[in-house]
Write a protein of this length. Structure first.
Length: 169
């Protein structure tokens, strides 16, 4: 029980540190991009009828190079390629100017990219921000935190502590 609480606290601290380094829009775009498409679809269905929109860039799949650093601080190296789907929508939500929403998601799900772009655009609109944040983004964040804590618990359960005993001399 104590290990579970400690794991949850570590998860929360790590998440808080990451969130401090991101703007609000970066946070919601990351949440939408990492969310399982089924969860996003279910939560988005609860939103009142969305305003009209059109594609500025219809969903398209391509490749992107994933780069990394050894130990997070070493020299940059190319880790490999991954598929990425992007989409840009233009919302007509009664604002003075149409709003553009962007969606970039890992994988090849066109619907996921479209929903992420729609949510991004709606979150930029003053009338829609509160509803989308409460009904879509916050539940997705809660689901992600729960999954992360569960994974850390499973990992902690397999931890092996090696120690050396001193020989009596």
């Amino acid at each position: 029980m104590a290990e579970e609480q400690q794991t949850e606290q570590q998860t929360e601290r790590q998440t808080e540190q990451q969130e401090k380094q991101q703007t609000e829009r970066q946070k919601w775009m990351a949440t939408l991009a990492k969310a399982p498409v089924q969860e996003l679809e279910t939560l988005f269905a609860q939103v009142k009828p969305v305003p009209d929109y059109r594609f500025l860039r219809s969903p398209e799949t391509g490749l992107t190079m994933v780069r990394g650093r050894a130990g997070g601080v070493g020299q940059v190296f190319n880790l490999g390629e991954m598929s990425l789907t992007r989409c840009v929508v233009q919302l007509f939500a009664g604002a003075a100017e149409p709003i553009a929403g962007f969606g970039y998601v890992g994988g090849r799900s066109h619907r996921h990219a479209e929903l992420a772009a729609l949510c991004d655009g709606l979150l930029q609109h003053a009338e829609w921000h509160q509803e989308i944040a409460q009904k879509v983004v916050e539940p997705l964040r809660a689901i992600a935190l729960k999954k992360k804590a569960q994974q850390q618990q499973q990992t902690a359960a397999t931890k092996v502590d090696f120690f050396t005993m001193l020989r009596g001399e």
